[in-house]
Design a protein around this ligand. Sequence first.
Ligand SMILES: O=C(O)C1=C[C@@H](OP(=O)(O)O)[C@@H](O)[C@H](O)C1
Ligand SMILES: C=C(OP(=O)(O)O)C(=O)O
Length: 695
Amino acid sequence: MFKIPFLDLPPLRSAAGTVRLPGSKSISNRVLLLAGLSEGTTAVHDLLDSDDTAVMLASLKTLGCQLKTDHAGVLHLTGIGGRLQTRQAQLFLGNAGTAMRPLTAALALLAATQGGEFELSGVPRMHERPIADLVDALRLLGCQIECLGNEGYPPLKLTGPSPLKLDEPVKVRGDVSSQFLTALLLALPLVATQQDVVIEVVGELISKPYIHITLALLERFGIQVQREGWQRFTIPAGSRYRSPGDLHVEGDASSASYFIALGAIAASDEPLRIEGVGQASLQGDVRFAEAAQAMGAIVASGPNWLEVRRGAWPLRGIDLDCNHIPDAAMTLALMALYADGPTTLRNIASWRVKETDRLSAMATELRKLGAEVEEGPDWLRVQPLRDWRAASIHTYDDHRMAMCFSLAAFNGLLSDRSPQRVKHHPDPAAIRGELQTKDRAVPVRILDPQCVAKTFPDYFETLFGVVEARSEDIPVITIDGPTASGKGTLADQVAHALGYVILDSGSLYRACALAAHRGEVDLDDGEAVAAVGANLNLSFKNGHVWLDEEDISEDLRREATGLMASQVAAHPAVRAALNQLQLDFRRLPGLVADGRDMGTDVFPDAGLKVFLTASAATRAERRHKQLISKGISANIEGLRQDLEARDARDKNRAASPLHPAADAKMLDNSAQSIEESTQRVLAWWAQTRPFAVQR
Ligand SMILES: O=C(O)C1=C[C@@H](OP(=O)(O)O)[C@@H](O)[C@H](O)C1
Ligand SMILES: C=C(OP(=O)(O)O)C(=O)O
C-alpha cells in the first residue's frame, strides 16, 4: 500500500495481463457476521483483508468469537451461537457501513433479549452517515437505542433487556440505504425462534441487488427468507443460523469496475483478464460490465472471470439509471471523459451519504481536470474531455474517489488532436498534431492514496501490474555523488516519500558477480556473466538489496564480493547487460536512481538530477561512526585521507569520471540532517511538477 501524502501517476498508455480481485467487501462482512452469530466453526476462504473487514473482525473478537487464520490464509471463525459472551463493549467501526448497520441491528436485538450495553462508533464521517431509518425500525420493535451525538446518526448506545414486539411487521424505509433492510434481515433470525418475523419496506427500496446478496448468504447459513417483491420479507419461525462449514468469498465486483473500465479504455490489443467475478457472481455490481459494454467495451465472461478490451473508441456517452450499481457507477463518471458525447448518470442520490458526498466530490474533482460537469440532486452529467489539465485530486477519504481518478491517467490517449482524431482528418497539419500528442499527456496526482485501504489496499500495486507507460513518461530522479556522501540514504528517503522504485546502481555489479558465482559461472566468461546480469531479479527496499526472495545485503558488503565485482565489471558485455538492467528499473510510478553516472550517462533525461557532496571530513566522520557501530575500529584521519585519494581518482579517471551533469542541482549535505536534504530534494522535485501547490 502507498502510505504517502500523494501518489503521482504519470501518463499511462495501455493495459494488458491478468488481475486477481480481492474478496468482496459486501460478502466478506455479511459472512463474518453470520458466522459470528452461528454455532460452530466456519472456514472462510479468500476473505477480503481491508479496513472494512478489520473493524468487523475486531468487533467479533471483542464479542467473544474465536478467530484463527491457518497457514493457507483461511480464517476459522467460531461463532457465539446467538448467546452473548460479553454484555458490555465499545466497538469502533471505522467507516464501514456493512459493519455499522448490521452490528447495530444484531446487538440491539441481543441486548434486548439477553441484556447488555454496547456503544458503536466510527470515524467522523461515519457519524454523518444516516442511520435513523434503522434506529426507528429497531425502536418500534422495542429495542433501546440512544444516539450519543446527533439524533439519527452514530455513535449509538444499545441497551437492554427490553421486551420486543414481534407480532407486528417490522417497518423499515429503504430509500436512503438498502443496508438498513440488510441489517434487519441478517439480525432478525436471532429472535425468529417462536414465530415468523415479517419485515415491510416502506417506500421505494434502493440498491436492490445488495438484498440479493443478503438473502443468498442467509440461505447458505440455513435461513430461507420468503420474499414478496421488494416490499415484504418473512423470516420463518424456528430460524437458526447453521454454519455451512466452508465458504468461499468471491472477488469484489465493485473493485472489478476499475479494471473493466481500464480494459475499455486501454486494452487495445489483448483483453485485460479479471479473475474472481463473472457470470456466476452473487453481486449486482457485475452488471457494471453491461454499462461498460454500452459505452463500447468488448466483454467476454465465464463463471468467475471477465475479459475486457477496447471496442468503440472514443467510448460512447450513455444515459443510465444507476440505482442498481451505486458504487460501480462512480467509475462511469471517469469513463465519460473518454466518450464521444455526454454521459448522464441518474438515480444516484445515495452517493450523497456514502464515504463523502460523492456527487459533489466527483463534480468538483472532474472539473479540476478541466471537465464540464453538471450536478443535480440525484444525477450527474459529464461531458467528454480533450483538453486535460494536470490536477491534484482530493480523495475525501473515499477509496472509490482514489481508484476512479487513477483512470484519468490515460488522458494522453484522447487529448486534443490525438492519433484517433488524426485518422479521421489525415491532413499534414493534423499529422503534425499527432506528433505533439506526446506533450499533451498530463500526470494525475492522487492525494492520500492510502484511503483505498477501505476495500482494496493493494489497488495501485495491482494497477501498476497491468498498465504501461512510455519509458520517457516515467519520472526519474538521479542522485549521484562521491563515496560516503549519503546518497543511498537520501535516495531511500526520497523514493519512500514519493512511492518510487529505487535503483542502487552501485550494488548491481556486486549482485551480478554474486549471482554468477553462486550459479558456478566462470567469472572470466563475459558473455556468460552478462546473461546472468541481464536476468537478475533485484529489488531495493529500505536500504536492503533483494535477489529474488532473498535479502543479499550482507553478502554484497563482503570483501570477496567486491573483488568478484571488479573482475566482472571489466567485461564490456557485462557493462552493456547491466546498463539495460538499470534502464529496466524505470518502472511505475517513478524511479530514484543513486550512483555515480546516473544523471550523466544512464538517465540523461531525468526530471531532476542531484549531485550530492559533503566535505571529506564529514564523510570520514560518518564512515567512522558506521564502522564503530559495527565494532570495527578505525582512524578518522586515515579514513579522510583515503576518501580524498579516492575522490581524486574518481574525478580524474579516463572512463566516466565522476562529475555532476551539466543540469544537476548541487547539494552539499555536510551541515544537513538527512531529513533536511530529503526535504530539499523533494522541494526541487515539486518545482518540476505541473501541479499547483497542494492545499
Ligand atoms: O449492502 C451492502 O453491502 C452495500 C450496499 C450499498 O449501500 P446502499 O444500500 O446504502 O446504497 C453499497 O453502496 C455499499 O457499498 C455496500
Ligand atoms: C458505500 C460504500 O461503503 P459502505 O459499505 O461503508 O456503505 C462503498 O464501499 O462504496
